[in-house]
Design a protein around this ligand. Structure first.
Ligand code: UD1
Ligand code: CA
Length: 452
């Protein structure tokens, strides 16, 4: 697109009650500005120019890897003044203005806005809001053509009744924008240079101003306080949940699910209450997610069931597995099919073979476990010597008795058995029983101490 995008992000965001610049607050795990930048990038503009001011060094530092042309607005004298700071950098045919504090702006709406402004020289995104308070209002003439925008603080009673609002997002022919901005004054209630004043200036110059309507309210919602932030996050997550529900995912309660990243579900999936999904999570056909699971960047195989209260991070879980309740599956874990992981089991960087069971109270880290293995309750792989991590290999068909410690590096050979309560320091022999225990004795003379 022959387009430059200016993103207004100089404000402090006083009502956020925080030292952090407003646009650096996290919206579903990403700074607002990053969300806007990602959407802006999708339009493939010639350049993206964020206008920054308050604590600009934090913003520059955070986004230094991206190809952005920051400009500084030292004093925040209004949205018109903010765009003015970028004027020497813009020279594409059209200029789009986005707000850094409107994180959910929709790409398709922006494309429609661009197309509209190709025809009319100046186009806005508007929205009919049931409660328009606080927003600039779109004032139309007798022919229903846009005449001007009036800010809430400058509006009269009749104008306050208008429910068509300015979202702030507009696209303007660059030459026209430069021309109109030079005439904007700060003669208004807030003593600010309003970008919105260019609308009336354009109309006076007989330029046809047109609009498109945003499809969804949340996409044009600005964030001014933590309260608004939390509400908008909830709206966005609700939207995602409702969409999955419509696709046939059985979500027990759309208001009690947090989809903070991307959740992809195949058919016949069900998700109980209180689950949090982060990053990219895929739930294959027929998988069942019990209550209160936290799942991040993970694939869950078909027919697999997660019971309540598991924490799963950056892992691949195969088909027909049963996990939890209360397990912790840490990054780089790969479970094959038909595996049982039980309560209070921690796995980290482990590959587990088919039909293996780790059912109770174990820690298994940096390991490869074969198929048909039974890891008894309380088994610990001692993978860390205080300086380095070492690997444990447990081959197919092994049985590890309860409360055993396997001191890595070590290999438990195929089909071998470890007696309960053993500390194993050397590789075992295939098919044999290995144990390490002191022989049991009875002390005849011993008596329990008595209270004096
Ligand atoms: C603005 C619009 C209003 C619209 C509303 C939508 C104007 C005059 N008014 O009002 O019509 O309904 O947005 O949310 O444009 N900013 C700067 N520098 C400044 C002032 C603002 O970078 O000097 C940035 C802010 O950081 C923010 C954005 O511009 O990202 C909007 O500023 P804000 O003060 O919130 O504008 P509103 O009064 O809400
Ligand atoms: Ca605002």
């Amino acid at each position: 697109m022959d387009l430059d995008i200016v993103i207004l992000a100089a404000g402090k965001g006083t009502r956020m009650k925080s030292d952090l610049p407003k646009v650096m607050h996290q919206f579903l795990k990403k700074p607002f500005l990053q969300m806007v930048l990602e959407t802006a990038k999708e339009l493939k503009p010639n350049r993206i120019i964020p206008v920054i001011g308050y604590k600009s060094e934090i913003i520059r530092e955070h986004f230094k890897e991206l190809d952005l042309e920051f400009v500084e607005q030292k004093e925040q004298l209004g949205t018109g003044h903010a765009v003015q700071q970028a004027i020497s950098k813009i020279n594409s045919k059209l200029t789009m203005i986005l707000y850094g504090d409107v994180p959910c702006i929709n790409k398709d709406d922006l494309i429609n806005l661009y197309r509209k402004s190709e025809k009319t020289q100046l186009a806005l995104i508007t929205f009919k809001k049931s409660n328009p308070k606080g927003f600039g209002r779109i004032v139309r003439d007798n022919n229903q053509k846009i005449a001007k925008i009036v800010e809430e603080k400058d509006s009269n009673d009749a104008e306050k009744e208008i429910n068509e609002i300015n979202t702030g997002i507009m696209c303007v022919e660059t030459a026209l924008l430069k021309n109109l901005l030079s005439s904007v004054t700060n003669d208004n209630a807030q003593k600010e240079y309003y970008l919105t004043d260019i609308i009336k200036l354009a109309v006076d110059a007989k330029i046809n101003v047109d609009n498109i309507e945003a499809k969804n309210e949340y996409t044009i919602q600005g964030v001014n306080s933590i309260e608004e932030l939390v509400q908008l996050e909830r709206d966005v997550m609700n939207e995602k949940a409702k969409k999955l529900l419509e696709e046939g995912v059985k979500i027990s309660d759309c208001s009690r699910i947090d989809i903070r990243g991307e959740l992809v579900c195949e058919e016949n999936v069900s998700i109980d209450i209180g689950c949090i999904f982060e990053g990219k999570v895929t739930l294959k056909k027929g998988s069942v997610i019990g209550p209160y699971n936290i799942i991040k960047d993970t694939n869950i195989g078909s027919g697999t069931e997660l019971l309540a209260f598991n924490h799963v991070d950056n892992s691949i879980i195969g088909n027909d597995c049963r996990v939890g309740p209360y397990s912790r599956i840490r990054p780089q874990t790969q479970l094959n099919n038909k595996i049982n992981i039980g309560n209070f089991v921690e796995l980290k960087n482990v590959k587990v073979g088919e039909e293996t069971k780790v059912n109770h109270l174990s820690y298994v880290g940096d390991s490869i476990i074969g198929k048909n293995v039974n890891v008894g309750a309380g088994t610990i792989t001692c993978n860390y010597d205080g300086a380095n991590k070492h690997q444990t290999i447990i081959e197919d068909g092994v049985f590890i008795g309860s409360d055993s410690q396997l001191i890595a590096p070590i290999t438990i050979k195929k089909g071998s058995t470890i007696g309960a309560g053993s500390t194993i320091t050397q590789d075992t022999i295939e098919g044999k029983l290995t144990l390490s225990r002191v022989n049991q004795i009875t002390v005849d003379s011993w008596e329990r101490p008595k209270k004096k």
